[in-house]
Design a protein around this ligand. Structure first.
Ligand SMILES: C[S@@+](CC[C@H](N)C(=O)[O-])C[C@H]1O[C@@H](n2cnc3c(N)ncnc32)[C@H](O)[C@@H]1O
Length: 241
C-alpha cells in the first residue's frame, strides 16, 4: 500500500481517550499498593490498567493503520478495471474512499457522509477534499453531504459500493435496514458491495439476502481491525447484485 499523505483522524476518538483516562487511577492504585506491599491490589489494578491500555492500543492501531491495510487488500482482491463508479457510504475523511480512488483511472469514487466529528475526529467535507488532494486523486473524487438512509443517487448508479464502520451509527434497526436497502437500490445489476462493521453485520447480510443479492458471505477481518479487542472485531459482508 502506498504511504498515506492525508490526515485521517481517529474513529470515535472519545473511546480510546476514555480507556486511557480510565487506566490512570488504576496505575496510581497499583503503584500505591506496591508501595504498601499489598500484592493482591497491585496485581488486580496493574492487570486491569494494562488491559485498558491494550484495548486502547488495538483501537488506535486499527484506526490509524490496520483498517487501511485491510481495505487495501480487500480492494486489491476485487481486481477493478479502473473505470468503475464507486460509492463509499459514510466515507468520513476518506480512508477507504481514497484507497478506492487510487485504483481508478477513468472511474469515479463518490463519498457521502454527514460529517459527524463524534464518529471521526476532524470530520468535515473540506478535510476529505484536502485528503483527496494530498493523495493526488481529487479529479476522481466527488463528495456529497447526505444521509445514508436516503441516498441522493439514481437507481443502479454504482458498480461497487463500500462502507466501513459507518452503518452502525444509524441508531435504530429499521434505519440501518433502510440504509442497506438504499445501497442495493443504487447498486447496478452485477455490481458488488462490501460492508465492514464491528456490529450488526448479520443484519446487513439478512437485508442483502432479502433484497435478492447473490453470493452473500461474511468473514472476519482479523486482529488488524479490532476496535479495542476481539469483542469489537470487524467483519465484512460481501455480495453481488
Ligand atoms: C467511524 S466513521 C468511519 C469513516 C470512514 N468510513 C472510515 O473508515 O474512516 C463513521 C462515519 O459515518 C458517518 N455517518 C454516521 N451516520 C451517518 C448517516 N446517517 N449517513 C451518512 N453518514 C453517516 C459519520 O459522519 C462518520 O464519518
Amino acid at each position: 500500500m502506498k504511504a498515506r499523505r492525508g490526515e485521517y483522524g481517529f474513529d470515535a476518538p472519545y473511546v480510546p481517550a476514555l480507556m486511557l483516562l480510565g487506566s490512570l487511577p488504576l496505575w496510581f492504585g497499583a503503584v500505591r499498593s506496591l508501595m504498601r506491599s499489598e500484592l493482591v491490589g497491585f496485581v488486580t489494578m496493574g492487570v486491569s490498567a494494562a488491559f485498558l491500555v491494550f484495548c486502547a492500543g488495538t483501537f488506535i492501531f486499527t484506526t490509524r493503520t490496520g483498517k487501511f491495510r485491510v481495505w487495501d487488500e480487500l480492494l486489491a482482491g476485487l481486481s477493478l478495471r479502473g473505470d468503475e463508479r464507486v460509492l463509499d457510504v459514510g466515507c468520513g475523511r476518506g480512508a477507504v474512499l481514497l484507497l478506492a480512488a487510487e485504483r481508478l483511472t477513468t472511474g469515479k469514487a463518490t463519498g457521502i457522509d454527514l460529517w459527524s466529528a463524534t464518529d471521526q475526529s476532524g470530520n468535515a467535507l473540506q478535510a476529505t477534499q484536502q485528503n483527496a488532494a494530498a493523495e493526488g486523486v481529487s479529479e476522481r473524487v466527488e463528495l456529497h453531504t447526505g444521509d445514508m438512509r436516503k441516498l441522493p443517487f439514481a437507481d443502479a448508479s454504482f458498480e461497487l459500493i463500500v462502507s466501513s464502520l459507518a452503518i452502525h451509527n444509524v441508531p435504530d434497526a429499521a434505519g440501518r435496514a433502510q440504509a442497506v436497502q438504499e445501497i442495493v437500490r443504487v447498486l447496478r445489476p452485477g455490481g458488488r458491495v462490501l460492508l465492514a462493521d464491528f456490529k450488526y453485520v448479520a443484519d446487513y447480510s439478512k437485508t442483502l439476502k432479502e433484497a435478492g443479492l447473490h453470493e452473500v458471505t461474511t468473514r472476519g477481518l482479523g486482529v488488524r481491525f479490532w476496535y479495542g479487542g476481539p469483542w469489537a472485531a470487524t467483519s465484512v459482508v460481501t455480495a453481488r447484485r
